[in-house]
Design a protein around this ligand. Sequence first.
Ligand SMILES: C[S@@+](CC[C@H](N)C(=O)[O-])C[C@H]1O[C@@H](n2cnc3c(N)ncnc32)[C@H](O)[C@@H]1O
Length: 289
Amino acid sequence: MTEGSQTVTGYEEPQAPVARLFDQVADGYDRAALRFFPFTADRLAQRLAPRPGEKILDVATGTGAVAVAVGQRLSGNRDGGGRIMAVDISERMLDRAYANVRRMALHNVDLHPMDAAALEFRDSYFDALTCSFGLFFLPDMAAALREWRRVLRPGGRLLLTSFGSEAFQPLAGWFCEQLQACGGPSIRPEDFAWQRLATAEAATALLAEAGFEQIECVTEQLGYHLQAAQEWWEIVWNTGYRGHLATLDAAALARFEQQHLERIGAAFEDGKLWLNVPVLFVSARVAET
Ligand SMILES: C[S@@+](CC[C@H](N)C(=O)[O-])C[C@H]1O[C@@H](n2cnc3c(N)ncnc32)[C@H](O)[C@@H]1O
């Protein structure tokens, strides 16, 4: 494994469609409209409070928001030391992450193409593991968590995030209604991937099943006002929402975009529209031996 981006090949179902989706959205993923990702990453790094010399793994790093935030905190320690390794299944997301790490002049971040469910690291290697908005993409979340526990040392910390159940509402509901009306798939906001991990109860049960201890869940509101309907489209087009548009042909997609943005635009009051982004922060530890 080397620093930087590498070609991700050979992934079979069920990971391949997710890798393709994120390859597709990578170029627009760091747009300002999607700033709930770096906002969350900053809060997560603050909660993690990495200590000098620690080895930290960021799983499903995407364009590296958490890796950059944690890397900055580690390099901000006067004593120096410490390293963050960051993995993702999407080659294009890792390309962006590499550029972001370079742009921030960080020398303590290593990026590796890797499946979150099968980590190529030895047992008990890391002091902490982070995963922001990634776990719910994995088909077997409990198995992945057991794998993450394997690479954490005794007493090691886990920090992950998911969206709360009401995230992006009511916009998400309008998205589903209008998508179906335009010939798209019949989906409900409850069907979005993150709903698998949207409550403290679900997260606690899952982490306990995977053998973690001291599980704590906190929800923070990290939303903001959109200034234009187009900003919502940037979110739709550059996140997992886009996967739900895949079956529309070009004409149906254009019709959907126009009708949906009209509906979104009509909801603006005084030139702004609230983007509801409740974020669930989950922390836990591996038992000390
Ligand atoms: C919503 S993005 C979150 C990215 C980043 N953590 C952030 O908060 O901005 C989800 C990421 O999970 C990655 N991912 C999904 N399934 C994965 C898997 N099996 N192994 C590694 N990464 C995966 C995707 O490629 C994508 O970059």
